[in-house]
Design a protein around this ligand. Structure first.
Ligand code: C5P
Length: 256
């Protein structure tokens, strides 16, 4: 299936405390997080897991950062022979995805009746996803799913909590762990269906769009079933300095 990968890389990375937007943070051999992520997409393409049409990358609008990351995209495109289009992102992740979807549509062209374009929406912050996860998502789409997400079991006990009058918190409930899944990216979608789901979320106003922490949520709200496929522990999201230490350790050629 003709597939465009949409990498959202416009986050500020404030929780990473790297002093630069997260996509510019150095990882492993010193290449940027975005470059590592692009290389994981190239690896999935080379393995045959995805029939890659092009890559759209959503970048932070901060000028210096955008220029440096555009450079990363250009170098990757030239080196790998893959079309890469970059666009500026928005305040919330869902705004960035919507900006990226416009670029994906331009790269995919019009959808003829009966034809399907796939989009894989992927967090730049998950640069170590192995090809098998891309493959599993594409297999589910190939079998007819309009949406497919990779997920892993949750190992912690998850409770809900609420503030107390004294300023502390108390537990209000415990969720059934056997039903919980930690959902990763790339998340795969029928492009036309995801565009419509995001338009629907946008009509619900800024609060509705801001509440979307992933794209499957927009599809769920639009009534689409979302297939779950096996994720991988390597699909973890780099959010905190501890995550960065883990990624660096995994990329260290001298580590066992
Ligand atoms: O903030 P969060 O951890 O949900 O970010 C997940 C991904 O979404 C990251 O790759 C980040 O760069 C991207 N993002 C974005 N635009 C935003 C916020 C997050 O592209 N406004």
């Amino acid at each position: 299936m003709n597939t465009t990968v949409l990498i959202v890389a416009a986050g500020s990375g404030s929780r990473l405390q790297a002093g630069v937007p997260k996509a510019l943070a150095a990882l492993g051999d010193g290449r940027t997080l975005l470059e590592h992520c692009l290389e994981s997409v190239a690896a999935a393409h080379a393995s045959g897991a995805i029939e890659l049409n092009a890559v759209a990358v959503v970048l932070p609008s901060r000028q210096g950062a955008a220029a440096a990351l555009e450079d990363v995209c250009r170098t990757f495109a030239a080196h790998r022979g893959i079309t890469v289009r970059s666009v500026p992102g928005g305040a919330e992740r869902a705004d960035s995805v919507r900006a990226g979807l416009a670029a994906v549509r331009a790269l995919s062209g019009e959808t003829a009746p009966g034809e399907r374009h796939a989009v894989l929406v992927h967090d730049a912050a998950r640069p170590l996803v192995p090809p098998a996860v891309f493959q599993a998502v594409m297999t589910a789409l190939g079998e007819g799913a309009a949406a497919a997400v990779p997920a892993i079991a949750v190992v912690d006990t998850i409770k809900t909590a609420a503030g107390t009058d004294s300023g502390g918190e108390r537990v209000t409930g415990t969720l059934d762990r056997s039903e919980l899944r930690a959902v990763q990216t790339p998340q795969g979608f029928d492009l036309s269906a995801l565009e419509a789901a995001h338009r629907r979320a946008e009509r619900e106003g800024p609060a509705g769009a801001a509440a979307l922490t992933d794209d499957a949520m927009a599809m769920e709200a639009a009534g689409h079933p979302v297939a779950v496929v096996p994720g991988d522990p390597l699909g973890f999201k780099i959010t905190t300095p501890l995550d960065l230490m883990l990624a660096n350790a995994l990329l260290d050629p001298s580590s066992p």
